[in-house]
Design a protein around this ligand. Structure first.
Ligand SMILES: C[S@@+](CC[C@H](N)C(=O)[O-])C[C@H]1O[C@@H](n2cnc3c(N)ncnc32)[C@H](O)[C@@H]1O
Length: 160
């Protein structure tokens, strides 16, 4: 049976497909998962809603699959600000909605790389593909050849 809650807009917990995370982790070597719960954390170090990631400095190489919905905007804005301030890399997995303000005001202007993922992801071990396309947004000073190669293998990657 399809889990209907997985496809409602109020579902904020689209869990990263582990195969995708493992590929990214191999070349980025993440130190923190910035938005997680104990059972979904992808790194040894992570923040939960109880911690509230916004109480902390994001100065490590970090992975961010933020809660879905309009509140994503503040997560993307902070990922950009923290990466710029601290000089670290933050990889964000978000829905590909390049018509929205956050894309035009922040992502297109300041991301180091934007990868439009080929095909639809199957979140949280679901058999069903997501009803929206996804993109990886990387805020960073510098990307390695291996990172660029991996991003290129996942979809159409633009390095700025
Ligand atoms: C889309 S899920 C990603 C879970 C996991 N990191 C992954 O990629 O599979 C977003 C997670 O952020 C958590 N979250 C919501 N608000 C948060 C906050 N203020 N600080 C840290 N985590 C938060 C949610 O509980 C949810 O588990």
């Amino acid at each position: 049976m399809i889990n209907k809650s997985l496809f409602t807009s109020d579902n904020q917990k689209w869990e990263t497909p582990i195969e995708l995370f493992d590929k990214l982790n191999e070349v980025f070597d993440f130190k923190y998962d910035l938005a997680a719960e104990d059972i979904t954390a992808k790194c040894k170090n992570y923040y939960t809603p109880e911690d509230d990631a916004f109480n902390y400095t994001w100065d490590q190489t970090s992975y961010l699959n933020p809660p879905y919905g309009r509140e994503q905007i503040k997560w993307i804005e902070r990922a950009y600000e923290q990466s710029k301030k601290n000089g670290n890399t933050i990889v964000c997995l978000i829905p590909a909605r390049p018509d929205t303000k956050i894309w035009h005001n922040v992502i297109f202007n300041y991301a180091k790389s934007i990868c439009f993922i080929k095909g639809r992801l199957k979140f949280g071990g679901s058999k069903d593909s997501a009803p929206f396309p996804s993109a990886l947004i990387i805020f960073s000073n510098n990307l390695t050849d291996k990172q660029i190669e991996l991003l290129g293998s996942l979809g159409k990657n633009f390095v700025m």
